[in-house]
Design a protein around this ligand. Structure first.
Ligand code: 2P0
Length: 324
């Protein structure tokens, strides 16, 4: 049986994407800047099957409902591009907790896109591949590439935006992202539902849109020039602004847990003691802390002292998605 396997690493946005343009192409309303991580990712194997429906197995469990439909709808797009009607078994393994705010959909749809590009002989170039991944999940467009990644916002008229590209940064940055897992539970509000609710009801959402491009431009310049302090300050600013939009939605919602706040406080305390590090949070309770490589071990040790932390990983920048 012919099969194709791909692996994609997850990524964490430093300058966040939160909100979509209207329409069905999953175009982001803003750009974003992310870091692909070495430690976490998804391996996906595609095999053709003689069946009426695709089958999606995640971590050895056959999926039904929305997770299955999302993969089937994505493969319908792939089949239209490849002029094929063949169904697939999609066998995926996450080494990221699923639906926990550690971006498993980013690595998941990036691995699926790369495998599907090969399996259905689409021959997509990197931009088109990134756009295909985006239709599956916005953050997946970034996981096609390694290291720092710049994602273009969607363009409402010609629909040509919404793709990512690798960003050449100053090697002197030499950074790490410490991933501090603050809970074991699955999130209650998906990113997709949270974004929609925020854009529909938060009075701060228009301000988020109006001020985002400047943050992205300045953070991108800082990354390219190796200006760690500016990059870190904008990283914190972007995440707090995103979460402020959610808090101001009607009704407001949040992904923070008490331990999330405890880690944020610790980051501020470390900074007051002269250790440069900066937090970011996504659609989940975990905290990711940006720091220089030489400080990572010591900072991680100080988080270990916080009672209840589930797990701490020090992640290096990782490579782009690859066929295996
Ligand atoms: C990001 N997040 O830039 C932002 C910050 C979470 C918080 O992209 O609906 O799974 O599949 O496009 O990409 C998570 O949302 O959403 C996300 P969809 P996605 O990383």
């Amino acid at each position: 049986m012919k099969s194709t396997r791909a692996y994609a690493h997850t990524n964490i946005a430093l300058i966040k994407y939160w909100g979509k343009l209207p329409g069905h192409l999953n175009l982001p309303a803003t750009g974003s800047l992310s870091l692909t991580l070495e430690n976490f990712g998804t391996q996906t194997t595609l095999s053709f099957i003689e069946a009426a429906q695709d089958i999606f197995v995640l971590n050895n469990q056959e999926q039904t409902g929305e997770p299955l439909l999302r993969v089937q709808r994505f493969l319908d797009i792939v089949r239209a591009l490849g002029k094929s009607d063949r169904r697939c078994l999609v066998d995926s393994r996450n080494d990221v907790p699923t639906s926990s705010g550690l971006a498993s959909s980013a690595s998941g749809f990036a691995a699926l896109s790369l495998a599907a590009n090969q399996h259905y002989a689409l021959n997509l170039n990197p931009v088109d591949l990134s756009q295909l991944a985006r239709v599956g999940s916005g953050s997946a467009a970034r996981s096609i590439f390694g290291g720092f990644v710049y994602m273009h916002p969607g363009t409402p008229v010609d629909k040509t935006g919404g793709y990512a590209e690798a960003l050449a940064t100053d090697p002197a940055l030499d950074i790490r992202l410490i991933v501090v897992q603050c809970a074991n539970t699955c999130k209650e509000i998906s990113s997709r539902a949270g974004m929609l609710h925020t854009s529909n009801t938060s009075p701060y959402y228009p301000t988020w849109l109006a001020t985002h491009a400047k943050d992205l431009e300045e953070a991108t310049r800082a990354a390219m020039q190796g200006d760690f302090k500016t990059l870190g300050e904008l990283t914190e600013h972007s995440t707090l602004k995103m979460h402020a939009c959610m808090l101001a939605a009607k009704p407001g919602f949040w992904y923070f847990e008490p331990l999330t706040i405890a880690v944020m406080n610790k980051v501020k305390a470390l900074r007051n003691d002269g250790v440069n590090c900066y937090f970011t949070m996504d659609a989940g309770p975990h905290v990711k802390v940006l720091c220089k490589a030489q400080h990572a071990e010591d900072i991680a040790k100080s988080f270990k002292k916080i009672k209840g932390i589930v797990r701490i990983d020090i992640a290096k920048p990782g490579p782009g998605a690859k066929l295996q």
